[in-house]
Structure formats: structure tokens, C-alpha cells
Design a protein around this ligand. Structure first.
Ligand code: C5P
Length: 208
């Protein structure tokens, strides 16, 4: 039987990661944060310097690794998790994510991870571009004020509204809800309530 993918898309600081991790834990699925894959490649490119060429990017070894709970992208064999939230990475991740070669690498590795296990995958284009065939699509949002408040509370320097603008406005795989995604606004909902609604939607028999 084919493995299941639960796609959770939405803007920055909407609550995706907390919800995706919890849904994955309750179902015993792998948790895959695709933003972390883009961040790992961004960190690698910043380290290489400004003029990374496409062919160099195409030749790097980027492999998704599953540790029993979470999938991570190893770049040239390195696990760079301690750098994923660096201010420099926050600043550059949206432009880097627009490069077709970068999207191709991440898309390939997401599909490889999902080929072998059931997954909850969070991101911007999971339901629209990477796994449009999955029946389990969710779009999580919250008001811009609430999202900025959450990010401030995490003590991070991250211009989330600017990232949203770039992610929404790009021509390749823009941030947008899939037509058949269930929308959840987390501004006034607890994590538990969002998780409960997702689990209920997955369990409900689908029309058609
Ligand atoms: O989810 P997170 O905020 O960590 O994502 C960082 C960035 O990675 C996003 O702002 C976006 O530019 C990019 N991204 C993407 N497609 C995804 C996931 C993340 O372009 N599926």
C-alpha cells in the first residue's frame, strides 16, 4: 500500500511546526519540516560564498536522513541543525528557495523520504506542488500581528512578513492554499484544538 502524506502548508510562524510535529507523534508518522531543508541548503550556499554556480549546487550531496522521529537534510554529509535559525539564514532563505535547482533537490529528497514511510510534511507548496495527489491537505494561518508576536516571543530576528511577501509573490511554487485544503486559522485556537481538527478530518470518510 502507498505511504500516506499529510501536507501542512502556511506562512511563517503560523504554528505549522508545532502542529505538524504533534500530529506526526500521535499518528506515529515521520515529521518532515521542508523549511529546514531549504534552510540547510541556504546555510551551505552562504558558507560557499556569493557566486555559487548552478553546476556546483547540482553536484552537492544533499540527502534526507530519518532519525526515527524527524527527517533532516544532510548537506555534504553535514547535519547543520544548529545553524538553521541563524539571522543570515532567515534573511536569505526566501531568495535561495526560488532557485529551480534548490527546489528540485528538496522536492527529490521529500519524495524519497515519503516513498518509504508515512509522513506529515510541512512547508509552502507541499499540497500544491510536491504531493498534489494526497487527499490530506491543510492550510494553517494566523493574523500577521499574532505571527509577529509569536516570532518575537521566540527571541528571533526574522522579518516574517517580508518572507511571506517573497514566498507568495514568486512564480515558482508560490505559497498558496491548495483548492482542496482545509483552512485553519490558529490566531485564536489552541494547538490542541488545531491538532484535534486535523486528526478528525483525516479520520472522516471523504466525500466522492
Ligand atoms: O518553514 P520555514 O519558515 O522554516 O521556511 C523557511 C523558508 O523556506 C520559507 O520562507 C520559504 O522561502 C522556504 N520554503 C519553501 N517551500 C517550502 C518550505 C519552505 O519555499 N515547502
Amino acid at each position: 500500500m502507498a505511504c500516506s502524506v499529510i501536507a501542512i502548508d502556511g506562512p511563517a510562524a503560523s504554528g505549522k511546526s508545532t502542529v505538524a510535529r504533534e500530529v506526526a507523534a500521535r499518528l506515529g508518522y515521520a515529521w518532515v519540516n521542508s523549511g529546514a531543508f531549504y534552510r540547510a541548503l541556504t546555510w551551505w550556499m552562504l558558507r560557499e560564498g556569493r557566486d555559487v554556480r548552478e553546476d556546483r549546487l547540482a553536484s552537492i550531496e544533499a540527502r534526507a536522513n530519518f532519525d526515527g522521529t524527524e527527517a533532516r537534510l544532510l548537506v555534504d554529509g553535514m547535519d547543520v541543525r544548529q545553524h538553521l535559525r541563524d539571522p543570515e539564514v532567515n534573511r536569505h532563505v526566501s531568495p535561495v528557495s526560488q532557485l529551480p535547482i534548490v527546489r528540485a533537490i528538496v522536492g527529490r529528497e521529500l519524495r524519497a523520504i515519503a516513498a518509504g514511510r508515512d509522513c506529515v510534511i510541512e512547508g509552502r507548496d507541499i499540497g500544491t506542488c510536491v504531493f498534489p495527489e494526497t487527499p490530506f491537505k491543510f492550510y494553517i494561518d494566523a493574523s500577521p500581528e499574532e505571527r509577529e508576536r509569536r516570532r518575537r516571543e521566540q527571541g528571533e530576528s526574522d522579518s516574517i512578513l517580508e518572507r511571506d511577501r517573497l514566498d507568495t509573490g514568486r512564480t515558482v511554487a508560490p505559497l498558496e492554499p491548495a483548492p482542496d485544503a482545509l483552512h485553519l486559522d490558529t490566531t485564536c485556537l489552541s494547538i490542541e484544538e488545531v491538532v484535534r481538527r486535523i486528526l478528525a478530518a483525516i479520520a472522516a470518510p471523504r466525500a466522492g
